[in-house]
Design a protein. Structure first.
Length: 368
């Protein structure tokens, strides 16, 4: 069946007009019947022409099967096995010639024409009904196809809407999850930043407190030192003359000691020439101190002006042979610094007369 495009009007059943079609067919059939009867009557008036027909019937002879091929020639038949004679085929008698049917009468011909007309009408009606049924079936199939297509399209639209809805829900869930993770990360970062800031502030406060304590300590030390320096300065200013007198006295005493250790025969207050000629000059003690002072290394801060008395034994050329503290200054670090300075000096200068006393007692003050 061709897939023709069927419109709604072509698929509708035709409007039945039962009385027009059958009436026309009946009139045509009757007219043909009358014409046939008229022609039959006039045909019977003519001289009949007898036609003699003969027919011969021949039956086909039966076909024999072809003999089977053999590789070897068959043995000659014996007398006992002689072949049977072929059956005799009798000819088929000719079929009898059928008698000529009698000519139908006008009534019979009219009846036949009427029956044929009725059959044609019934056939036309049947074809019309079949066509209407086929059109109805095609219309039903087309409607079913359209309905199925519409249903499929509707299901596809619903499925698409459902997929879009699910995709939108998944997207919203993913965005919410990402947002929550981002917020959590931001909160964690802010918390860590706040913690780092608090730690930094704590360290800064500790540093500032330490610096403040050090500043206060340094200020206190500076204040104490300034007060001490001021007190020392005031004391030095107040007793400048006494200090000078004491210094002169100590120098004289040191000189006396040097003279006594050098082997003078007289007493300390003796004025004999032997003692004066055998003792060192008045400036020799200062020369020794000036030679040793540059080698003193002392960085401690101690109150007052301590003095350490050191006994030094020398060789004739001035080389230091031995040294020891005979009177401590009360500050062990200052005593040790003086001894190291003497060791570093190694050789004492000569006196004005070119000699170096064998034994000397020298006093070393922290502040000259």
């Amino acid at each position: 069946m061709n897939a023709a495009v069927l419109t709604s009007t072509s698929l509708l059943p035709p409007v039945e007009r039962r009385w027009i079609g059958p009436l026309l067919l009946a009139l045509v059939a009757h007219a043909l019947l009358v014409a046939g009867l008229t022609w039959g009557i006039s045909w019977n008036k003519d001289t009949p022409v007898h036609v003699v027909a003969q027919a011969e019937l021949w039956s086909a002879l039966p076909k024999l099967a072809a003999p089977r091929e053999v590789d070897e020639a068959p043995a000659p038949p014996t007398e006992a096995e002689s072949p049977a004679p072929p059956p005799k085929v009798e000819p088929t008698p000719p079929a009898p010639v059928p008698a000529e049917p009698p000519m139908p009468t006008p009534a019979q011909r009219a009846a036949e024409l009427e029956a044929k007309a009725q059959a044609d009408i019934a056939l036309a009606e049947q074809k019309k009904k079949q066509k209407a049924a086929e059109e109805a079936r095609l219309l039903a199939e087309q409607q079913a196809k359209n309905k199925a297509r519409e249903r499929a399209e509707q299901l596809a639209r619903e499925r698409e809407l459902q997929d879009r809805k699910l995709a939108a829900e998944r997207k919203a869930a993913d965005e919410a999850k990402l947002k929550a993770q981002k917020e959590q990360q931001l909160a964690q970062a802010a918390k860590e930043k706040e913690k780092a800031k608090a730690e930094k502030d704590k360290l800064e406060k500790e540093r500032q407190a330490k610096e403040q304590a050090e500043k206060e300590k340094a200020a206190k030390l500076a204040q104490d030192k300034a007060a001490k320096d001021k007190a020392d300065k005031d004391k030095a200013a107040a007793g400048d003359k006494a200090a000078q007198a004491q210094l002169a006295k100590e120098r004289a005493e040191n000189l006396r000691r040097i003279q006594g250790m050098a082997g003078a025969s007289g007493e300390a207050g003796s004025t004999g020439t032997a003692k004066q000629s055998s003792g060192p000059s008045a400036s020799y003690a200062g020369r020794i101190v000036a030679a040793v002072r540059p080698n003193v290394v002392f960085t401690d801060t101690v109150p007052g002006n301590p003095i350490a008395d050191v006994e030094v034994r020398t060789l004739p050329d001035g080389t230091v042979a031995a040294r020891r503290i005979v009177k401590s200054s009360g500050v062990p670090s200052w005593d040790e610094a003086v001894l190291k300075a003497i060791d570093k000096t190694a050789k004492l200068p000569r006196d004005e007369d070119g000699r170096v006393p064998g034994t000397l007692i020298i006093g070393f003050r922290l502040r000259d």
